[in-house]
Design a protein around this ligand. Sequence first.
Ligand code: PHE
Ligand code: CO
Length: 296
Amino acid sequence: MSTSPRRVEHLQTDLGSVPIYTTAVIEQPWSSYSATDHAVWALLFRRQRELLLGRADAEFLRTQDAMGMGADHIPKFDEINQMLRARTGWELIGVEGLLPELTFFEHLAQRRFPVTWWIRKPEQLDYLAEPDLFHDLFGHVPLLMNPVFADYLQAYGQGGVRAHGIGPEALAQLTRLYWYTVEFGLINTAEGLRIYGAGILSSKGESIHCLESAAPNRIGFELERVMRTRYRIDTFQKTYFVIDAYEQLMDATRPDFAPIYARLAGQPTLPAGAVLEGDTVFNRGNGEGWLKEGDT
Ligand code: PHE
Ligand code: CO
């Protein structure tokens, strides 16, 4: 799309070139999506929906239908917003791409969820390094209709603003929590383990891998354990953390984190694939295909 605002600019400094992210809120340029853009949405939508039946949390699928997301066209943020505002008071805002951390937290704290306005190209169906409209809208937005999850995400934003003021270590611990819940979380339901993390929901390979592969660990969610665990950004996760219910996220994160940050400051971080003595283990990963280096 040639009309796109610049996602990133580079500023030349004494220390080299640093990226500047645009923080602008952008109106979704819906009428300028091409036929190819809509076709990419349709293909990904159909493919994921088929894969996610019996793999995603049933509430995710139900809510996605209720919101009127379908294969036929890229949804309009305005239409989604009418429903979201009425149900949980959230709204989507269009953005160019990843935001600076503090800006992102501030949006969440105000119940605004940033959604990338552009969609990947046909040659990027299976992987791209940054979030696009399909990941953000298909993966993240349906659970904003769930009142408990909606509150969790707002509280996370408020916690993020605080962590940002505390320092980089606190921020890293909070980011791990987001990664292992909002992006890569599993939930234990009466029917078995199901996916609720958007990073999995929008990925063909990982939506099968996370549940069916013997390689990764599947471990019960425990707040401080998660906050200490490093992760992979370039491959499938080595460990998935399993919650019992969305209420568990709220309950675990309600306390003031300041004493937790203070306590964790003295402890080493954990490798992404570690299994600890106190863990509730659903699956102990056999580690097949794991790369040695590169946990973030
Ligand atoms: N309770 C946390 C704090 O005091 C905030 C938080 C809520 C963090 C929800 C993550 C998720 O900082
Ligand atoms: Co995401």
